[in-house]
Design a protein around this ligand. Structure first.
Ligand SMILES: Cc1cc2nc3c(=O)[nH]c(=O)nc-3n(C[C@H](O)[C@H](O)[C@H](O)COP(=O)(O)OP(=O)(O)OC[C@H]3O[C@@H](n4cnc5c(N)ncnc54)[C@H](O)[C@@H]3O)c2cc1C
Length: 449
């Protein structure tokens, strides 16, 4: 275990980060063993929330608990790396508001911290006549959401922007960018530690209990009535809890005495990678006009900060919540999913779509065929298999995908002291700083901080 003193400087911290600091436990040396607020989950949402809370209420003691040995290991470290501008989302929804604000805050944050990003823009391309009305509707939606500098461009302008892309019409979003979200999340962690917060990795919260009477030696009385136990039988005491558990957010909610609905269903997305000699085919982000029946944005072309280009991902029901390989299987996750009425209804409603997505995940040529609709020059020889990510998709018991962010708490002794980020789907990385603000507002009211 590594002990980092409070107030370590940025130069030191960068050096430590280079030596995989975040792979070790980061425990800021402090006299407290109990905490005012515990944040469970060290993804980008938990870290942004922890950072915002400590910034607003610096006199309180905070601990962030993460089950992995590294921070940002799951969705926050396995995503497309796009700074979304906020086009797609229903006007007035949290998704729309938090994405537009989050993107603005993210650019300002990266600028301030010297985190590399690129505003390389994005084209949403209609390749069939029938997609044009949907594209125009997206344009309207983006305008309603206050996305800056949107415009519709014709086939000639598409070719000027993306010489290898074919399309009839495209929505041009110059405000869309790319960044390494893991790097951003680690920077939030650094801010949190610098402000006196404690991060404990390898701590899987398995049980939340409320203390009814104070310990006979306690000088705090019942100030820290919640005990969070870990799978390794260690425990911490705290007054309030914020959970940001990503793929396990429903189970964390249930364990802390609140509802398990909506359920989280894991959808794996497999990427292909463009061979370096073919990088010239793609300049910025190229996206399809999304299928309104499905919340994912469809296979896209995304340049990465390290110079590579990712294609995809597809979306298939995964048999393990944090399983990144096709054959990963977890009995509990599997039975949990297939016994849930929501999953059964979803599968029945989308059988053909689901089978096609699975087929495209296995057969590269099928995925490439889809991508050739946008870049006809692309061939199977130009790509290789790339990494995968698993999305936490909230689903209600009727099989409806819960599209918007969900933040809630519970009732009763523990429930009233807990706040959950129940659903933080894409673009939660883009929205993370704005989600942090909303969590800090809500925690302030709920916990009277
Ligand atoms: C394939 C894919 C592509 C995406 N592309 C984009 C994109 O381009 N742009 C964008 O803005 N968003 C994108 N997203 C969405 C974005 O990555 C996620 O919405 C965001 O990372 C969610 O962050 P999180 O902190 O809620 O979850 P996570 O990053 O999954 O973090 C949750 C953390 O909680 C921890 N945890 C869980 N249970 C416990 C426990 N019991 N005890 C302790 N710790 C626990 C986990 O280990 C994990 O570290 C994408 C997502 C995926 C999967």
């Amino acid at each position: 275990m590594m002990v980092i003193p409070v107030g370590f400087g940025r130069a030191t911290s960068l050096l430590i980060k280079r030596f995989s600091w975040f792979q070790a436990d980061c425990l800021v040396r402090r006299k407290h063993s109990s905490y005012d607020v515990a944040i469970v989950g060290g993804g980008i949402v938990g870290l942004a929330s922890a950072r915002e809370l400590i910034q607003r209420h610096p006199k309180l003691n905070y601990i962030l608990l993460e089950k992995e040995k590294e921070l940002a290991f799951h969705q926050s470290g396995h995503n497309s790396g796009v700074i979304h501008s906020g086009i797609y989302y229903t006007p007035g929804s949290l998704k729309a508001k938090l994405c537009v604000r989050g993107a603005e805050l993210s650019y300002a944050y990266c600028e301030k911290k010297g985190i590399p990003y690129k505003k390389c823009g994005k084209l949403i391309v209609a390749v069939e006549q029938e997609e044009i009305p949907r594209l125009k509707a997206l344009h309207e939606r983006g305008l309603q959401n206050n996305v800056q500098d949107l415009s519709l461009i014709d086939a000639k302008e598409i070719q000027e922007r993306e010489p290898y892309c074919r399309g009839l019409m495209a929505l041009d979003s110059p405000n869309t960018g790319i960044v390494d979200w893991r790097e951003v999340a680690l920077s939030y962690a650094e801010d949190f530690c610098e402000m006196g917060g404690t991060i404990k990795t390898r701590f899987e919260a398995t049980d939340f209990q409320i203390t009814k009477e104070s310990h006979k030696d306690s000088t705090d009385g019942l100030k820290y009535p919640i005990t969070i136990r870990s799978s390794k039988e260690t425990a911490i005491q705290c007054s309030y809890v914020v959970t940001c558990g990503g793929l396990y957010s429903d189970r964390l909610s249930q364990k802390s005495g609140c509802s398990s609905e909506p359920h989280i269903v894991p959808f794996r997305g497999d990427y292909l990678v463009l061979k370096p000699e073919k990088h010239y085919l793609v300049k910025g982000n190229i996206y399809p006009v999304p299928d309104p029946k499905f919340p994912f944005l469809g296979v896209h072309f995304t340049p990465r900060m390290n110079g590579s280009v990712w294609l995809g991902p597809n979306a298939v029901l995964a048999f393990k919540r944090e399983g990144y390989n096709v054959f990963d299987f977890d009995l509990r996750d599997f039975t949990d999913a297939v016994s849930y009425s929501g999953v059964q209804k979803l599968v029945l409603k989308n059988l053909v779509f689901g089978v096609n997505e699975m087929y495209r995940g296995i057969v590269i040529a099928a995925q490439v065929k889809q991508l050739q609709r946008y870049i006809p020059a692309l061939t199977v020889n130009d790509v290789s298999r790339g990494p995968s990510g698993v999305r936490a998709q909230a689903l209600d018991k009727d099989g409806n995908l819960v599209d918007d962010f969900v933040f809630d708490g519970g009732s009763g002794a523990i429930g009233s002291r807990v706040l959950h980020v129940r659903n933080a789907p894409s673009p939660a990385a883009t929205s993370s700083l704005a989600i942090g603000e909303i969590i800090a507002d809500e925690a302030g009211k709920r916990f009277k901080l």
